[in-house]
Structures are given as C-alpha cells and as structure tokens.
Design a protein around this ligand. Structure first.
Ligand code: AGP
Length: 604
C-alpha cells in the first residue's frame, strides 16, 4: 500500500524523508518520489523501483519536503504516475494515499489544464494552485479538500509558503512534533525514531503546520471550524522491531507465536477470570441476540473459526461477512446485533467502512486488533488487543493465532456469563488453552517433514487444501498463505465439498493437503483421502501424533500433538504456515513483501 512521509525542520531533510520512506517499504510499493522545498525552489525526484536507489539526493538542501511510495491503483507503474504530483506551474506539490472518486467533475474547475499523468491524485495540486490565485495556500487547501470525494490522505507543500498541510478522509495519516522538527507519516511506526507522542489526524480533518512559527492548526473541514487537539503518547516499543537472526520477518513471526499466545493469555486472563484488561464486561453483551463478524483475508478466516466456537458454546447465530461485501449490502442489523471487527492493521479500508455502516444502524462494535492507536481501535465502541506485537511480514501468522485466542476467550467469557458453560467447564477450556503454546512449540521444532514435502513439491502449480468443521477455515488459511507468498494457485474447501467439483482437478500433479485430526469427522476425511488416492492424487496430511492409520494412506504426514477439537486450529495452521514459507523460500519469492500485496490495504 502507498506510503507517505513528510518533514519540516533543520535536520537533513532529504535523509529524514528517505529514512521515512524506507521504514514504509514493508507496506509494499512499486515506485517512489520526493519533493524538497528550499523557500522559492522545489526539487523533484521520482522513479519506479526501490527507494534505496535515491541516495544521490543527499546533496539537496531543503527545510521541508514530502515523500511517497506508490502502490499503483489508478495508472500504471511509471515515473509520470509516481508521486509527488504538481500543478502545471509547479507551485504546489502533493503526495496522496487513497482514491479520489470525482476527478472527472473536478477537472471542470481547471479547464485547459494539461494532465501529464493517469492518476487521480494530479487533480489535487491543480485545484489548490487554481484557488491560490485568490486565496492563501492554507485557505486554498481548505476549499479544495471539501470538494474531494473518496477515501484519501494527502500532504501538500507550496513554493514560497511556510506551511506543511495534511488532510485525512478515510486513509491513515499521523503527525509528530519534536522541538522544531515536524513529521507526518501514513504509518505511526515510522515516527517512532522521532517522538513518543503523536498527533492523530482523524477523518474530516486538516493539520496545518507553520514551519516558521511552529504553530499547529487542526481544522475540521466537514464543519469548517478550527478544533483543538493534543499530542498523545503511544507505545513506542510496540512499534519497534527487527528480524533478529531470522532470514525473513515471516519466519520470525511464525516462531514467535507460542510466546505471543502466552502474552495474549496472560494479559486477558487473571486468576482464572477472563477480564480483557477491563476493556469489556460481559454484561455489555446481555442484549446480544446475534453476532456478525466482519473482516478481510486472514482475519476473515479467524472469524470463520470463531463462528464454530460461538455457535457451539454460546448458542447464538453468527454470520461471518467479508467487510467489503457487508458494507454495500444494506445488512439487517440492530442494537441486538454485536458486530465483531477483526483486523491486524486496524487500517483496512473495507473493515473501517463496515464498522461505520454497522454503527449507522445502531449496532455495538467490538474490534479485535493488533495495532494500538489504529483507526479501527478509535472508531469502535471497544477494542481487545492481541499481543502479537508488530507484524511486518505481509502474510499474517502470529496476528492470526492471537486473534483466534482473543476470539476463544471472548466465546468463553460470554458463554460463562450466560451460564452455557459452568465454572468447571470454563476452567477445563482455559487449562487446555494454556497448554497450546507448548504444543505449538513441538510442531515448530519438527520441520524436517515440512522440508521434505517442500523439496518434493515446491514446483507444483496448483494445490488443494481440505478440512472439516473448525478446520475448514484453516484449509482456507493454508491456501491463502501458499498463494500469497509462493504465487502457486491454491484453493481451500470443506473436505466433503471436494466431490462437488474440485475432485475433477485431482491428478498426480495436484497435491491435496488434508487436515485430518481425530475428531467426529476423522473417518469421513479418511474416505476423502481414499477418493484422492484412487485418482493418483498426492496426499499431504496434517494428523495427530498417535494416528496409526493415516500413514498407510497419505504420501506425507505432518504430525501434531492432540488437543481438544475446538483448539485444534491453533496447531493445524502451523504446518501450513511453514509449508507455504519453505516453498516460497525455495522458489526465491520475496516472502516479506510479496508482489502486488501490501501489509495494510487502506484502499477499497
Ligand atoms: C493475510 O496473510 C493477508 N496479508 C491479508 O489477507 C490480510 O489478512 C487482510 O488484508 C486483512 O488485513 P487486516 O487484518 O490488517 O485487516
């Protein structure tokens, strides 16, 4: 996803912005640009490719600048389309995240203006420059920002103007001030080297920084009035991380899971009581008659697992919706509906929009998120944080399993409050949950079987992942992991569904990964495995340690420790994460920053 970094101050402006853009690289991008202002002169550099090739800019003397890494939405990956963009006379420069939806109408305000790019962004500096013919730079921005439709965050500078101006409507942007230095970024994490406090810009707000007086103005452009906001402290340690001795962040994050699960348990369970650090109380859910879970991608898979838990233990109906569908579907929700929004980044545009739709209909919104201070945590009625810590690998792993843990604890809390489970049952579930990190470690140290499977099958072009019950979502998750980092086409299905179409794909080139643990559907999954073997298919099974039968049927078996069925997803997902990782590594893929992907999808 696109990244923004801007700076005004007396340090080496070029270096500060370059470092800022590099810290945003993990979000994924395909081109970059930087505009550096020295009073009446603005130097522009931009190109396709990686930010690191811009060290020749070190020589530019500037006291203010804006930088951008672009993940193409409108217009191909070209130099002309990369940001910053300017007006025709090159007086105003803008970097922008998001999508301006009414560009066509807005072009009527700049008749005759020549557009050099195919981007929606270019309209912004052109409009500002046009309004600057009769207004100051800040007033021109105030006029233009109210004309834009769509999801955006932008930062603007202008020749002969001391102002650095940021605007937000739906896409994250945050600022920080330290002495006479001022920083703006699309990602709080990139501000951690500079300040332990941040100025959070919310939707509908402008931040206007005067680099001469160092004054800061917040302006509500929806209601056209100045507002007061104070800097807020945030957890700098949360935002800082490095790869350590691991080859990739993703591998580090896979191996961090036991520790992060323990941390998530310890924060939320005190003396056998589930307290969620007092962020929520079960009485808040007394009126809840239905739960709708909204999320995207891997977070959506976590919701699918939770659906099994809520329905079997709390005994209320649950729907799991893609946030992107939920937001446009005129969903039937009311005050007796609990919306649970799941998001690692807390910045996913579709999930944010889903929350707003739900709140418009009077529903209570509880979010489960990994990033403190992120947008979703600030627009929800309550948030329970996973303790995964910063997740840098684009492919989500530790965030997923800690999301599962929070969801299971939430299930237990509500089930116990509603007397669906008694004290003894609650204690038993918690006792099993507290053993998961140790059991997961046993899976993590047993990777030789995973390596053997990788060496045999890393060249395949397609794969099928099958599971039943609470492990059907894990089949989906395994397929997504393989797809997104190795670029192998993979599909996840309920195992029984294979007979309704996918079995036509089975042949000796198509590995099928089965999750086949000792639960009520074990014998049925064995039958599905036999159906695949009868068609020369390759079978890779994730099975329980004591399973004697699976070895006679499957070509490869990855054994995992037993646990209660409800908690099996914590253990069945790990071999699939490792398999995807090692296959992608063998194929030489960019595991932490897969092509076309971004860590937080802040556009629709
Ligand atoms: C997961 O591996 C993917 N990177 C992606 O599907 C991700 O889960 C999805 O974009 C949702 O992100 P969020 O959890 O930050 O909202």
């Amino acid at each position: 996803m696109c990244g923004i970094f801007a700076y005004a101050g007396n340090d080496n402006c070029t270096k500060v912005i370059i470092d800022g853009l590099k810290s945003l690289e993990y979000r994924g991008y395909d081109s970059w640009g930087i505009a550096l202002r020295t009073k009446d002169k603005i130097t522009l550099r931009k190109n396709v490719g990686k930010v690191s090739e811009i060290n020749e800019l070190e020589s530019v003397d500037a006291d203010m600048g804006i930088g951008h890494t672009r993940w193409a939405t409108h217009g191909n990956v070209t130099v002309e389309n990369s940001h910053p963009h300017s007006d025709s006379e090159k007086r105003v420069y803008v970097v922008h995240n998001g999508i301006i939806e009414n560009v066509k109408e807005l072009k009527e305000y700049v008749p005759g203006d020549v557009f050099y790019s195919k981007t929606d962004t270019e309209i912004i500096p052109k409009l500002i420059a046009r309004f600057m013919e009769s207004s100051s730079f800040p007033d021109a921005v105030k006029k233009v920002v109210g004309m834009l439709k769509g999801n955006f965050a932008f930062v603007a500078i202008a020749k002969n103007s001391e102002y650095l101006i940021a605007a937000r409507n739906g896409s994250p942007i945050v600022a920080a001030k330290h002495n006479q230095n001022f920083y703006i970024s699309s990602d709080l994490q990139s501000l951690t080297p500079y300040s332990e406090t941040a100025l959070f810009i919310d939707d509908g707000e402008l931040l206007i920084y005067d680099s001469q007086s160092h004054a800061i103005e917040f302006y509500d452009f929806i209601n056209n009035k100045r507002i007061q906001k104070e800097a807020q402290t945030y957890d700098v340690n949360f935002m800082n991380c490095d790869r350590g001795s691991y080859k990739h962040f993703m591998l580090k994050e896979i191996f961090e899971q036991p520790e992060k699960l323990k941390a998530t348990f310890d924060v939320n369970v005190v003396n056998g009581e589930i307290r969620f650090h007092y962020a929520i109380d079960p009485s808040q859910f007394k009126h809840v008659q239905r739960i709708v879970i909204i999320a995207c991608g891997t977070s959506w898979h976590a919701g699918l697992v939770a659906e099994y838990w809520f329905e079997s233990l709390v005994k209320i109906p649950v729907e799991v919706e893609y946030a992107s569908e939920f937001r446009y579907r005129n969903p039937v929700i009311d005050r007796n509906t609990l919306i649970i929004a799941i998001s690692q980044s807390g910045e996913t545009a579709d999930t944010i929009a889903g929350i707003k739709e739900a709140k418009k209909n009077g529903a209570q919104v509880l979010s489960i998120c990994n990033v403190p201070g992120s947008t979703i945590t600030r627009i929800s009625d309550a948030t329970v944080y996973t303790q995964a810590g910063p997740e840098i690998g684009v492919a989500s792993t530790k965030a997923f399993t800690t999301q599962l843990e929070v969801l299971f604890l939430l299930t237990l809390m509500i089930a116990h409050y509603r007397n669906k489970i008694n004290d003894t049952e609650l204690k038993n579930y918690l006792d099993h949950l507290v053993q998961i990190p140790e059991k997961m470690n046993k899976v993590l140290i047993n990777t030789e079987q995973i390596i053997s499977i990788m060496q045999t099958h890393y060249i395949v072009s397609n794969a099928l992942f099958l599971g039943r019950g609470v492990n059907y979502p894990i089949a989906l998750e395994g397929a997504l992991k393989l797809k997104e980092i190795s670029y192998i086409h993979a599909e996840g299905y309920p195992a029984a569904e294979m007979k309704h179409g996918p079995i036509a794909l089975i042949d000796r080139n198509m590995p099928t990964v089965f999750i086949c643990i000792k639960d009520h559907s074990y014998d049925k999954v064995l039958s599905n495995i036999e159906e695949v073997k009868a068609r020369d298919g390759i079978v890779i099974a994730v099975a329980n340690d004591e399973d004697q039968r699976i070895g006679e049927l499957a070509d490869h078996v990855v054994f995992i420790p037993e646990t209660i069925v409800e908690l099996s997803p914590f253990l069945t997902v790990v071999p699939l994460q490792l398999l995807a990782y090692h296959i992608a590594d063998k194929r030489g893929c960019n595991i932490d920053k897969p092509r076309n992907l971004a860590k937080s999808v802040t556009v629709e």
